[in-house]
Design a protein around this ligand. Structure first.
Ligand code: PLP
Length: 401
């Protein structure tokens, strides 16, 4: 059955891409933007930009008001108890680095940090490098063949020396949801801090950070149909209180002399320098737009389209899926075909998918794969996009095999 997206025309780039004969299926890398975001950026930059939290003048007051209103929107989106528990960073990567540096003083040599074997580099390297700086042990939780953290092994490996667990919500390689409630409970039982990388998870469905019960939750604006340059860190009250200031300068300072300084608490104390004001306003407009959509209809659409994607891939001889994808995306290889060659032929036919290690090199090595092709969906995709993908795939495979 043809699965149409009623939201397709809200995203002007889809029509523009179609005029260039391009079908965009690389949404886990970044998304196209709704008109509401484009309008909000245009409005801000054409009505008077100003810095926030520093000037007395009217443009400064208006910008600060609008900026803080967006913090409230993000808090509402995640059901955070207070906007003061929302910190703006420059993306998920910068958010995870902020956490790794800000939490560093809490750890001592011999402590363990646990991550999973399927983490994106953004949720691996900051912890790996922290472990090296501080003499900590990085424990890598194994995954099952389906592409989820193996809970039996996690039960063995998360123990009294575990001081922090950092895991992703939705795998950017497998499209699998991680068993967060069970994993977070294991870490909490040991008194360990918990960090959830929501970069992919936040895009699909609504998530309640209080119900999730994590200490920190991070995501990037640009994967959630928002602008680049802005990321979000939610912190649970007590956990935020344990975070040390990391980057210094600008309005994060409370009092400064030549030889000493003290700093604001969260959120301002963790937003050194001029924040990404336009991007924050754009993210706020995007959340307004997304909040106006019927969440059930979006979820049903995404799930029907994902099922069509999986069916189409599974129907094709030689296609081997990585893990057992549950939502949003699927990665695959074709027996006897190098993914880079296949991606090249797909690109030549105007189908934009991602090929490579998906910023998860250790995982690809673990899987013994040179890379994989990833097809990732967004709410504006429809069955015509999948038809073009499969036609292009058949054409490419006819040439390559
Ligand atoms: N975590 C996951 C699971 C991701 O998929 C990505 C990006 O692909 C990131 C973190 C990093 O996001 P960003 O590049 O926006 O910082």
């Amino acid at each position: 059955m043809f699965q149409a997206s009623p939201w397709r025309t809200d995203f002007p780039a889809i029509a523009a891409l179609a005029r260039q004969q391009q079908t965009y299926l690389d949404n886990a890398a970044t998304t196209q933007k709704p008109q509401a975001l484009i309008d909000a950026l245009g409005h801000y930059y054409s009505h008077g930009a100003a810095n926030v939290h520093r000037a007395q003048h009217l443009p400064g007051a208006l910008a600060t008001q609008a900026f803080e209103a967006c913090r409230e929107k993000v808090a509402g989106w995640l059901n955070a108890p207070s906007p003061n528990q929302i910190l703006f960073s420059h993306g998920a990567t910068s958010a995870l680095n902020l956490l790794a540096y800000g939490l560093e003083p809490l750890f001592q040599a011999g402590d363990q940090l646990a991550i999973s074997a399927l983490e994106h580099h953004a949720n691996l390297l900051p912890w790996q490098q922290l472990a090296k700086r501080r003499g900590l042990e990085l424990v890598v939780l194994p995954i099952t063949a389906a592409g989820v953290v193996d809970l039996d092994q996690a039960r063995e490996l998360i123990g009294p020396r575990t001081r922090l667990l950092a895991v992703s919500q939705l795998s950017n390689v497998f499209g699998t949801e991680q068993p967060l409630p069970a994993l977070l409970a294991l870490a909490r039982a040991q008194g360990a801090l918990t960090v959830v990388d929501g970069a992919q998870g936040v895009v699909h469905g609504r998530h309640d950070v209080q119900a999730l019960g994590c200490d920190f939750y991070v995501f990037s604006g640009h994967k959630l149909y928002g602008p680049e340059g802005v990321g979000v860190i939610y912190g649970r009250g007590e956990a935020l209180g344990q975070l040390s200031h990391w980057q210094f300068g600008g309005e994060m300072v409370h009092q400064a002399s030549y030889h000493s300084a003290n700093f604001h608490p969260a959120p301002l104390g963790f937003e050194a320098g001029t924040p990404p004001i336009g991007a924050v306003l754009g993210l706020g407009a995007t959340l307004d737009y997304l909040g106006g959509l019927a969440a059930d209809a979006v979820a049903a659409h995404e799930s029907a389209l994902h099922a069509q994607l999986l069916r189409g891939l599974r129907d094709r001889e030689g296609v081997v899926l990585l893990g057992e994808p549950q939502r949003a995306l699927a990665s695959f290889n074709v027996q006897g075909v190098h993914p880079a060659d296949l991606a090249h032929l797909l690109s030549e036919q105007g189908v934009a998918v991602r090929a490579g290690h998906h910023c998860a090199m250790p995982l690809m090595n673990h899987l013994g794969q040179p890379g994989a092709i990833r097809v990732s969906l967004a709410l504006y995709n429809d069955s015509s996009d999948l038809q073009r993908l499969f036609e292009a795939l058949d054409g490419a495979l006819a040439l390559l095999r």
